[in-house]
Design a protein around this ligand. Structure first.
Ligand code: AMP
Ligand code: ZN
Length: 139
C-alpha cells in the first residue's frame, strides 16, 4: 500500500511524532491535536478498517492502549479520555489504515464532544429481542 500515509509513517518514509513502537504497533501524535496529546495507535501492517482486523491484530493494538492512555493522562493532567475508532466514510474515517484515537479530555467544553441521541422510546422489550436474535444469527 504505497500511498497510505500511515504506512509511510510506520516505514519512516515520512516523519511522525512517534511515542511508542513495538513489533506490531505504532503510536504517534495526531497532527490535528484535537485536544492536547491526541494520539493515534495503528497496527504496523496495513489493515483498512475494523472489518478486516483479526482478533490477533486487535489484541496487539488494544493491549498497548492502557499504558498509552495512562501516560497521556499523567503527562497532560487530563481528567478523562475518549477512545474512538471510525470505520468507513459514513462513520468519519478519512485515513483508510485502521487507527484508534486517544483523545485526552480536559473539560466538558474542550474541543471534542460526543453526541448520543437516546432513541429508547422507539423500542420495546420485544423489538429489542428481535434485534438481538438477528444479530446473533450473524455471529
Ligand atoms: P479518521 O478521520 O478517524 O480517519 O482520522 C484520521 C486522523 O489522521 C485525523 O485525526 C488526522 O488529523 C490524522 N492525520 C492525517 N494525516 C496525519 C499525519 N501525517 N500525521 C499524523 N496524523 C495525521
Ligand atoms: Zn497503511
Amino acid at each position: 500500500m504505497q500511498k497510505c500515509i500511515f504506512c509511510k509513517i510506520s516505514n519512516k518514509e515520512i516523519p511522525g511524532h512517534i511515542i511508542f513502537e513495538n513489533e506490531h504497533v505504532l503510536a504517534f501524535l495526531d497532527i490535528s491535536q484535537t485536544t492536547l496529546g491526541h494520539t493515534l495507535v495503528i497496527p504496523k501492517k496495513h489493515v483498512e478498517d475494523v472489518f478486516s482486523m483479526t482478533e490477533e491484530d486487535m489484541t496487539h493494538v488494544f493491549s498497548i492502549i492502557p499504558k498509552l492512555a495512562t501516560a497521556l493522562k499523567k503527562t497532560f493532567h487530563a481528567d478523562g479520555m475518549n477512545i474512538v475508532n471510525n470505520n468507513k466514510p459514513v462513520a468519519g474515517q478519512t485515513v483508510f489504515h485502521y487507527h484508534v484515537h486517544l483523545i485526552p479530555r480536559y473539560s466538558f467544553e474542550d474541543s471534542f464532544n460526543v453526541h448520543y441521541v437516546n432513541n429508547a422510546a422507539l423500542y420495546t422489550p420485544d423489538s429489542l429481542s428481535e434485534l438481538k436474535e438477528e444479530i446473533i444469527s450473524n455471529l
